[in-house]
Design a protein. Structure first.
Length: 212
């Protein structure tokens, strides 16, 4: 396997825990096998649209399985995942999109208006909306996340990714000026996760609650 970054995690875990539950979201349970399959399809769909290694892919939304699917899809491609705070105002979203140079923005359907306003005047040329079951309908054109994902091949992409390659850009709060994007490498994330597992003594039978 040429991918030594986070994009390989699900592929390495699939043979060991494929049928086990990886995520619970509302009344939906997703196994490691399903999460791996969906991230592979999304990675292929993004690659087919031109996303390549080191390209930025932004995500705007609250906690949702698509967040992790996008993170791992980017990891497979060697692309850089850029999560954006869903509580930002349009000018703040616009600044961060301009700063990171993302051309693809994946966002919650309920945040369609914010996403459209924030993407205006940036390099974003493709928006993909996730049905977050909020009951709110988008008002501007965006592709459907599930349709995009379904269009991708199920063939795992073994892109060469090293631990020193960039994996994610996280923005600071910007209390003294514009937020600054901090680039985390795959190695940074690996060791961060290892420290959390050791410090909290996590086991494979534990369930972690994710809040926003």
């Amino acid at each position: 396997m040429e991918n030594f970054g986070i994009g390989s995690w699900l592929q390495r875990r699939r043979p060991k825990s494929g049928s086990k539950t990886a995520l619970i979201s509302g009344d939906r349970e997703i196994s490691y096998q399903q999460l791996a399959d969906r991230s592979v399809r999304l990675a292929n769909a993004l690659r087919d649209s031109g996303v390549a290694k080191f390209d930025r892919v932004a995500y705007l939304g609250d906690n949702h399985p698509s967040f992790l699917e996008t993170l791992f899809a980017c990891g497979q491609l060697g692309a850089i995942f850029v999560p954006l705070n869903a509580r930002l105002a349009p000018p703040e979203v616009q600044f961060q999109l301009q700063d990171c140079g993302a051309a693809t923005l994946i966002h919650a359907g309920s945040l369609d208006v914010l996403a459209a306003a924030g993407a205006a005047g940036t390099l974003v040329n493709r928006r993909i909306a996730v049905d977050d079951s909020s009951g709110e309908q988008g008002t501007t054109a965006a592709e459907d996340f599930e349709a995009v994902l379904a269009s991708g091949s199920d063939q795992y992409l073994d892109e060469a990714v090293d631990l020193d390659d960039g994996a994610m850009i996280l923005y600071t709060s910007g209390t003294t000026g514009h937020p600054k994007g901090a680039l985390l490498t795959h190695g940074n994330i690996v060791w961060n996760c290892m420290n959390v597992i050791v410090d909290f003594d996590f086991a494979s039978t534990d369930v972690a609650l994710m809040i926003s």
